[in-house]
Design a binder for this molecule. Structure first.
Ligand SMILES: Cc1cc2nc3c(=O)[nH]c(=O)nc-3n(C[C@H](O)[C@H](O)[C@H](O)COP(=O)(O)OP(=O)(O)OC[C@H]3O[C@@H](n4cnc5c(N)ncnc54)[C@H](O)[C@@H]3O)c2cc1C
Length: 348
């Protein structure tokens, strides 16, 4: 790596050949050539612009809760995006929110339910700006302390605000984009304020999933001065129900199947966990130290020391078997980072 570049990033205390497994919830992944942690969006912006100035390859990671990183690790600079900056804005310039309908319905009904906790909120709107590196569970607690509600549906979901927007996470019947107001991004190094349309949100979907030249710096959400007591109860209860999910995973591997496919096969749920369990009979199937979860077959657990190559092989086997038995192309929810094209062809 260029020595001028390295001296420029000295103040971020770079670590060399740092194992990335400890920066992911799945605890899988080889070393980063160089790793830094940023503590604010302005630091994130600064380091990305420095990378661009030196033509240096970079990858931004939030909580590492939705990625599979190759055993060979990641070349270039890995930026761990951390921040605690949350700001309530004075602006009264509110928008009509756009709600994306849920397509997952009763996906996890067999294991935990949430529809009984759902309710309409009708508090006064309030705009809150988050650095993209703010931890999501921390944000929810911070908002409640400040009498603001709206994110309680996302209880028990690890990661950062940036990661939540990247994938447009879902909690119960709510998408993260249901609260989206605006964001600041760096697109090809250009800083811009962007709106809902820019992101092309859908279920587990945003434009950033396909355009790696866009980095989210901060996000403004339109939330509510709602009933904090009720929101806290929902948060606690939801959190409890999600506690049974295995933690040494990356969440669900695949997106749920579309409603028309669910209808075609008359499946009781769109969850891919149902297909892997009931059609393939692969709950508990193990490869190396990776196991399709005995709790919920949409999850794959690392039993300890799991390798990315085994995770990828098991993912590939699931995809091929589902294609063979049902002619369904399962779509990955997680991001694959650092793999060679020859590894990827078997699962894309
Ligand atoms: C136990 C468990 C439960 C989960 N439950 C749910 C659930 O209920 N619903 C749900 O939708 N998801 C769930 N997930 C998945 C995951 O938590 C979310 O997708 C989360 O929002 C990912 O955020 P992160 O910061 O960890 O992203 P990371 O895993 O760090 O990154 C994911 C992708 O986003 C990119 N990225 C991260 N930050 C930025 C940024 N600032 N700008 C541009 N790109 C960025 C990364 O490069 C990477 O490609 C669960 C995961 C686990 C482990």
């Amino acid at each position: 790596m260029n020595s001028d570049f390295l001296s420029k990033i000295q103040k971020f205390q770079p670590k060399f050949e740092e194992k990335l497994a400890k920066y992911t919830t799945w605890q899988i992944g080889g070393p980063a050539e160089v790793l830094v942690e940023t503590k604010s969006s302005s630091e994130l912006e600064e380091i990305i612009l420095t990378c661009r100035q030196f033509g240096q390859q970079y990858t931004v990671l939030g909580g590492g809760s939705n990625v599979l990183i190759a055993d060979s690790g990641l070349r270039g600079l890995v930026i761990i995006n951390r921040s605690t900056k949350i700001e309530v804005l004075d602006s009264q310039n509110f928008k009509q929110m756009i709600i994306i309908p849920p397509v997952y319905g009763q996906a996890a009904q067999e294991y935990y339910t949430f529809s009984d906790l759902d309710y309409e909120e009708n508090g006064d709107p309030v705009l809150v700006k988050f650095d993209s590196g703010v931890n999501l569970p921390y944000s929810i607690g911070w908002l409640h302390k400040n009498n603001i509600t709206g994110l309680q549906w996302f209880a028990g979901i690890p990661g950062t605000i940036g990661g939540a927007l990247f994938n447009n996470i879902h909690g119960g019947t709510h998408h993260f984009s249901d609260y989206f107001y605006s964001a600041t991004v760096l697109e090809d190094g250009q800083k811009k304020e962007v709106d809902f349309i820019y992101f092309e949100f859908g279920y587990d979907q945003s434009i950033i999933r396909h355009k790696r030249n866009i980095i989210i710096l901060d996000v403004t959400l339109q939330l509510q001065r709602g009933n904090v007591q009720k929101a806290k109860e929902v948060y606690r209860e939801w959190n409890n129900r999600k506690k049974i999910q295995p933690k040494n995973t990356c969440g669900c591997l695949f997106k749920n199947i579309p409603p028309e496919v669910q209808k075609k096969y008359n499946f009781p749920t769109p969850s891919t966990g149902y297909i892997i369990d009931k059609v393939l009979g692969w709950k508990g199937k193990t490869l190396g130290n990776l196991q399709i979860s005995n709790w919920h077959a949409a999850f794959m657990e690392n039993l300890g020391g799991g390798r990315a190559s085994d995770a990828l092989e098991l993912i590939s086997q699931i995809k091929q078997e589902v294609k063979k038995k049902l002619d369904i192309d399962l779509e990955l929810e997680i991001s694959l980072l650092g793999f060679d094209q020859k590894d990827l062809v078997k699962i894309l």
